[in-house]
Design a binder for this molecule. Structure first.
Ligand SMILES: Cc1cc2nc3c(=O)[nH]c(=O)nc-3n(C[C@H](O)[C@H](O)[C@H](O)COP(=O)(O)OP(=O)(O)OC[C@H]3O[C@@H](n4cnc5c(N)ncnc54)[C@H](O)[C@@H]3O)c2cc1C
Length: 498
């Protein structure tokens, strides 16, 4: 492709939706840049229960956080997907459309430009394209959880739909496949280039392209109308900082000349922290062991169902006036997929609206060096209090009817940790990321917000940001559906700028 209309950097959840829409609905030409990656084994990519095996694979950027004082100085693994599909390639596939609170937050941040009507219509369009599925099989712990919670007042138990097709992970490549593989050359509106995006290219005051590191060395790509960063909540702010966009003093430390002062780039980093409450089940006959049983394989291959079709986090929902989300899995959250003769169940608790905010910093100007990720989890006392209340609530649930009969004992936090202080110490030692970093280039209507409601990076020309980094704050639930909906709306804004 000579000179595309746009360059989209990052073929993840947002990048694939955006590229599809720009090319199919608005007839634009796009060069889609994605980091090189070697595919993980096909079975791990296709079988939902195997998603956990994709972590630390060649499809994972495999970031880790700085030691976190509030989490007993632990460094958490922070997986992010790499290759076409991005984090959707390795995620748990839960389809959680934006809640009313998410919609209101987006409407507020954009002065009602992203209004409820537009957001709902975007969600509907993506659902028509990707057709998230209801699960084809539910494990015994999920069934017991649903039986126990369905009749409770003021609770929203949910069986999570998934980005699956007939019990297999949906590949986002399908969104751009038709254009990529069309036999008609004039339909080739997408070109995929593999490389690590280093920094933006400027002509005078306008951003026109991107410099990449490819297997053949440094390359420069240039577009007609500009560049769209869709490299995710970690990738996007780091490309901006290397390009001289951010806090001038911080950039100077790495010898990077400041081009645009934008103090919110890399700030406002939010994530959901999950505390696993783990139970040993009464009967080992309920042991979840999906991998090696030929009957399970046959069931999955023929019907797309059975344990191999489980995404592990099969159900859960919003509880305690929507302050906590639960994720129910038929596993020991901290040891799975290690084989084990015991039957386990975990109910993961996460606060839906944590107020603690972290930040990202470059370690150097070298694009192959991962950034320093400072999370500040539990920095705000309310986050810890709500997490403790969530754990206490799960303990109450475990006493209910059908549920109680399936449980032998609680192993984490464990019966000895009964006080709020003891639960807090358990949260510090055992909680994990739920893999939802967002907000590092948050959009808003304040002149200092990193991005405006047309997805334009403030004080720049020819540059848009479209991915999880623009979400103002954090979604109530799992963010993928909301990010894709934002990308759907962004295509309209960007196409209009041609
Ligand atoms: C293990 C895991 C489980 C999850 N489970 C769920 C779930 O069940 N449901 C849910 O809703 N959400 C889930 N999430 C979160 C969700 O998948 C992400 O929030 C979402 O995919 C982010 O979309 P994005 O477009 O912002 O970024 P991504 O999808 O991460 O895309 C960014 C893309 O940019 C590329 N990129 C980055 N930097 C560069 C660079 N310098 N050069 C070239 N390319 C670059 C990356 O390789 C990637 O392809 C999960 C995430 C993970 C990691």
């Amino acid at each position: 492709m000579n000179q595309p209309d746009f360059i989209v950097v990052g073929a993840g959840s947002a990048g694939c939706v955006l590229t599809r829409r720009l090319t199919e609905d608005f007839n634009a030409t796009v060069t889609l840049v994605e980091a090189p990656s070697s595919p993980a084994p096909t079975r791990d990519r296709h079988r939902p229960a195997n998603w956990i095996k994709l972590l630390k694979s060649a499809e994972d950027w495999n970031f880790s956080t700085e030691p976190t004082p509030s989490l007993a100085n632990r460094r958490l693994q922070w997986p992010r997907g790499r290759g076409i599909g991005g984090s959707s390639r390795i995620n748990a596939m839960i389809w959680f459309p934006p809640t009313e609170a998410d919609v209101n937050r987006l409407a507020h941040a954009s002065d009602n430009h992203w209004n409820a009507g537009r957001i709902h219509s975007a969600v509907k369009s993506i659902e028509q394209l990707l057709q998230p599925e209801d699960p084809r099989w539910l494990s015994r712990p999920s069934q017991s959880f649903l039986d126990a919670t369905r009749s409770l007042a003021d609770c929203k138990p949910m069986v999570y739909r998934r980005l699956n097709r007939l019990g297999k992970r949906t590949s986002l490549r399908s969104l751009i496949q038709t254009t990529l593989e069309s036999p008609e050359p004039w339909e080739h509106r997408i070109e995929v280039v593999r490389g690590i995006a280093d920094q933006l290219v400027w002509v005078d005051e306008k951003i026109t392209g991107i410099e990449l590191l490819t297997e053949n060395g440094k390359t420069k790509l240039v577009s007609r109308y500009g560049v769209i960063l869709a490299s995710g909540a970690i990738g996007t702010p780091t490309i901006l900082m290397r390009s001289g966009i951010g806090c001038p003093d911080a950039l100077k430390e790495h010898g990077i000349a400041s081009r645009v002062e934008n103090l919110r780039v890399g700030k406002n980093l939010r994530d959901h922290l999950i505390m696993p409450v783990i139970f040993q089940q009464f009967s080992n006959a309920d042991r979840f062991s999906p991998f090696d049983d030929p009957r399970h394989l046959a069931q999955w291959q023929t019907l797309g169902s059975g344990p191999l079709s489980s995404n592990l986090a099969e159900c859960g929902g919003l509880f305690l006036a929507d302050t906590v989300q639960l994720h129910v899995t038929p596993t020991h959250y901290l040891t799975f997929p290690k084989e084990d003769a015991t039957a386990w169940m975990t109910i993961g608790v996460n606060v839906t609206q944590p107020q603690s905010c972290g930040h990202l910093h470059l370690r150097s100007a070298d694009p192959s060096e991962p950034p320093a990720i400072t999370t500040k989890y539990l920095d705000q006392h309310q986050d810890l209090e709500q997490a403790i209340q969530g754990v206490e609530f799960v303990r109450e649930l475990a006493k209910l009817g059908a549920f109680r009969d399936t449980i032998l004992t609680e192993v984490l936090p464990g019966p000895k940790r009964s006080t709020a202080g003891a639960i807090a110490r358990s949260i510090e030692r055992y909680s994990q990321t739920l893999y939802h970093p967002l907000g590092t280039c948050a959009a808003g209507n304040h002149p200092e917000d990193a991005v405006d409601h047309r997805f334009r990076l403030r004080n720049s020309c020819g540059l848009w940001v479209v991915d999880g980094s623009v979400f103002p704050g954090i979604t109530m639930g799992n963010p993928n559906a909301t990010i894709m909906s934002l990308a759907w709306m962004a295509a309209e804004e960007i196409a209009a700028a041609r």
